[in-house]
Design a binder for this molecule. Structure first.
Ligand code: NDP
Length: 481
């Protein structure tokens, strides 16, 4: 199936107009390796122009809109996302390699982000502060100004939704640099913003290479906030660039998220979560649960039940809507296969299969369940970003917490136990930005603040927290006698 594009993917959005660049980048379909399209390769000149356009938007029409008007615009965009839903889902599925059902869920999430932040735009308030006699003191929440959004390839629509919608709701202007491997729905998002009547320059989309467009954007002195999702190495680079301009940065850098299964867990409820959290989007999810910690008395049972599920999993082309698709690229496949080779001193408990008829050029990896693990193993320490999970036994709560907290990361954790006291206790002891009790992910709620500690990053996205992050607080103290 060809891409259902209703726009020219070689054009980039700057200052409300679509432009071409001199050079383009090929767009590979991860399901079969063929070139599907080309996208523009923006660089420093385009980033400079986009930042200038964003500044002009803040000084012009966009900066004059009321919070309610900004909210209405986002709500209109939400409706338009749903009107384009099937095309967006097919584009995302083909571009990222994710199963169509997952891509449809990502479209729904994008629409929901726009709806949530559209509704919230005029509900973020300052406070009045009881102060000295003769004064009235209060706070104002104001936009930072021009915000940079550097987006990865694993969930382009969801990540644009969560960062750009919140930034625009607060009245910032945005310059988006999508990932070179998956820029198409970011470009579609730009078209939808225009269709909704977004003032020129409020939203600018400049695809290109990380080391060109991404580096130019993060180092630009005209940027007042950077939001980045991706690898730790690039995140550190971005933070250094932000430090050079002394601007705030939100980093979301992935994790090694554990699920803790205790003897008294409701295993029938837990099992689908245990497995799906590892193989969703072929494991290329920042909040993937790649470590399953099981109390020893039920370790064999959990491993075998998970193994049975793994044996029924199939990886295949995105539009075939299998359990999982291919990985994003040959490079990512190599990284993941390199990790799987490290399992030689452990047990491969089970593998799913790759569908027989997959095209030779696709980047497929069979989902792999690894048993006999221990907390110090590299597979239990490093982010694999592929469809693999390691199962690790533990004796008691103390050991479970030590293993769970024993990595550099801290994004998500979950506890499976029917003992309410234990779940509440562990919710406090686990080092993670989100803890789920007897579930994993809670349906991905837009309302739930999300972000990491340690090498998983800092700053919070989603919920109202994102609106606070995308604004700065001004204190006003008036003396009136
Ligand atoms: P990156 O961190 O390289 O990519 C994320 C984004 O940063 C992309 O838009 C990328 O651009 C951009 N970028 C790259 N280099 C720079 C730079 N010097 N300055 C500014 N922006 C830059 O991730 P990869 O695609 O290389 O994936 C590698 C690993 O990162 C994965 O195996 C996984 O472990 C982790 N990762 C984590 C994600 C998460 O959700 N937390 C998402 C993606 C990856 P471009 O792609 O165009 O080069």
């Amino acid at each position: 199936m060809s891409l259902p594009l209703w726009f020219d993917p070689e054009e980039i959005l700057i200052g409300g107009a679509w432009h071409k660049t001199q050079v383009c980048l090929p767009v590979e379909c991860p399901s079969d390796g063929r070139e599907m399209a080309q996208i523009a390769r923006g660089g420093k000149p385009e980033i400079d122009a986009a930042v200038e356009a964003a500044q002009a938007a803040l000084a012009g029409e966009w900066g004059q809109l009321s919070a309610a008007e900004r909210g209405r615009l986002l709500l209109k965009m939400s409706g338009l996302v749903l009107a384009h839903a099937e095309d967006l889902a097919v584009i995302e599925a083909l571009d990222v390699g994710k199963p169509l059902t997952q891509a449809r869920a990502d479209v729904a999430a994008l629409a929901r982000y726009l709806e949530f932040y559209g509704g919230a735009a005029d509900k973020v308030m300052g406070e009045t502060i009881p102060y000295l006699n003769g004064y009235t003191a209060y706070t104002l929440r104001e936009p930072h100004g021009v915000t940079a959004h550097i987006v990865p390839w694993n969930y382009p629509m969801q990540i644009i939704g969560r960062s750009v919608a919140a930034a625009l709701a607060m009245g910032n202007a945005a310059v988006v640099k999508p990932a070179e491997e998956a820029s198409l729905t970011a470009l579609a998002f730009g078209r939808i913003a225009q269709e909704a009547g977004m003032p020129a320059g409020a939203l600018n989309i400049v695809p290109g290479l990380g080391e060109e467009a991404g580096a130019a954007l993060s180092a630009h002195p005209g940027i007042q906030h950077i939001s980045f999702t991706g690898s730790v190495a690039v995140g550190q680079h971005i933070q250094a660039a932000a430090a050079a301009n002394a601007v705030p940065v939100t980093l979301e850098l992935g994790g090694k998220s554990p699920q803790l299964v205790f003897t008294d867990a409701d295993l029938d409820r837990a099992l689908p979560f245990l497995v799906n959290a590892g193989i969703q989007n072929a494991g290329q999810t920042c909040s993937a649960s790649s470590r399953i910690l099981v109390q020893r008395s039920r370790y064999d049972e959990v491993l075998e039940k998970m193994a049975a599920r793994y044996r029924g999993l199939t990886a295949g082309p995105a539009l075939g809507d299998h359990d999982l698709g291919p990985l994003i690229s040959g490079r990512q496949k190599e990284i993941v296969e390199g990790y799987l080779a490290l399992a030689s001193d452990l047990t491969i408990a089970a593998q799913g299969r790759i569908a027989e008829d997959v095209p030779a050029g696709g980047h497929y990896v069979a989902p792999t369940l690894i048993g006999g693990g221990h907390g110090a193993h590299r597979l239990a320490q490093e982010e694999i970003f592929g469809p693999a999970q390691i199962v690790i036994p533990f004796e008691d709560e103390e050991e479970a917490v030590a293993i769970a907290n024993g990595t550099e990361y801290g994004l998500v954790a979950s506890v499976w136990s029917e003992n309410g006291g234990r779940t509440m206790r562990l919710a406090r002891r686990l080092r993670a930005g989100q803890v789920f009790l007897n579930n994993y992910g809670a349906g991905g709620g837009v309302e739930l603040p999300f972000g990491g500690i340690g090498k998983s990053g800092h700053g919070r996205e989603k919920g109202f927290e994102a609106l606070y992050g995308f604004s700065t607080l001004k204190t006003v103290a008036a003396w009136h006698g």
